[in-house]
Design a protein around this ligand. Structure first.
Ligand SMILES: CC(C)(COP(=O)(O)OP(=O)(O)OC[C@H]1O[C@@H](n2cnc3c(N)ncnc32)[C@H](O)[C@@H]1OP(=O)(O)O)[C@@H](O)C(=O)NCCC(=O)NCCS
Length: 307
């Protein structure tokens, strides 16, 4: 067995040990290979994939434009393996780091806390988490807030709510409120409404006060989501936003109760979403709705700030 295959197998075994909801460790993509030897002679490896998002594209609203993403293959070596790889990554960046609008990214199982210490020591922040919710059955939603599906006629009000969420998230996490955000969001929302992805609107006295936007994602073998989620039909909660003057009054809770029941009805057996741990509303709200961290997305911005 090659070193990479052995490390991948050991990494899958470690993932199974730290969190039963993790899928098997995914083979890294194409990129520059890093290797390192640990004090006990064990070898670890990683692949560094560099990506660039062009101006005006949706990912620029949640990511730096130049991304240096490390895919660690540390097997069962824990924190020591992660530390050794991050030292190698620093050496690689010494030979050339991207500019100001850049980041280093490592996505790692949230419960593998042995990796947290080296990530923090090298300057990474836990900017986002992919959180999951697994329940046996969805109860009938409680509450009397009217919730209905948006149509393309609701584009303007839905867009304002999505932009309000972006503005808030940009203060507390990975999101970036770029000058062309309105145009990018409008294009995305138009497409989602046209293709029939559910966007739920909560109304109080006939006024829209909140939005939840979701869709179904297949995490079957070979699907991109399969690297992060166990095989199955997942409900993805893309954006939830409540008008500032209506926050904390049960709108978000009621919207999510409806969204969870409807996503289950459409075939989702579990749901997932991303939130930012530094977001003081989302970090309370999502665990209250039954979500818990599966993956943590660690970032250093700009990439050259890696220690
Ligand atoms: C996060 C957000 C969608 C929650 O919606 P909401 O309508 O304000 O939340 P609710 O009133 O339904 O509150 C539900 C739970 O969240 C918690 N919560 C909500 N607002 C809170 C606040 N201001 N302080 C502390 N806890 C709060 C409460 O624990 C509440 O639980 P409980 O009433 O069941 O005990 C909303 O605050 C929002 O739009 N925030 C800005 C944008 C954002 O962060 N979106 C999410 C990005 S992932």
């Amino acid at each position: 067995m090659s070193i990479a295959a052995g490390l991948l197998q050991a990494q899958t075994a470690r993932f199974e040990q730290v969190d039963p909801l993790l899928p098997a460790a995914a083979a890294p993509p194409e990129g520059d290979v890093l290797t390192a030897a640990l004090a006990d002679g064990e070898r670890v490896a990683g692949v560094v994939a560099r990506g660039r998002y062009e101006t005006g594209t949706a990912p620029t609203l949640w990511s730096a434009r130049d991304v240096v993403e490390l895919h660690p293959l540390v097997g069962a070596s824990g924190g020591a393996g992660m530390d050794a790889l991050l030292r190698e990554l620093r050496r690689m960046l010494d030979r050339g780091a991207p500019g100001a609008d850049s980041s280093c990214v490592v996505t790692w199982p949230s419960r593998d806390v042995e990796a947290s210490e080296p990530l923090l020591a090298h300057g990474f922040a836990p900017l986002s988490t992919l959180a999951v919710r697994v329940t046996a059955a969805e109860p009938e939603p409680a509450g009397d807030l009217a919730v209905r599906l948006a149509t393309s006629r609701d584009l303007a009000v839905a867009l304002e709510l999505e932009l309000a969420e972006l503005a808030y998230s940009a203060m507390v996490g990975a999101a970036i409120d770029r000058p062309n955000a309105r145009r990018i969001k409008r294009a995305g929302l138009t497409r989602h409404l046209e293709q029939g992805d559910p966007v739920w609107l909560g109304e109080r006295d006939g006024v829209v006060v909140g939005l939840a936007h979701g869709r179904l994602v297949d995490a079957g073998p070979g699907a991109p989501a399969g690297a992060r989620l166990r095989a199955g039909c997942w409900g993805y909660v893309n954006c939830v936003s409540v008008r500032p003057d209506a926050r904390g009054t049960g709108v978000g809770r009621r919207l999510m109760a409806v969204a969870h029941r409807e996503l289950a009805r459409l075939g989702a057996t579990s749901t997932f979403l991303y939130y930012n741990p530094p977001n003081p509303l989302a970090s309370v709200f999502w665990p209250r709705q039954g979500y818990r961290p599966l993956w943590t997305i660690w970032e250093v911005r700009p990439a050259g700030a890696l220690r």
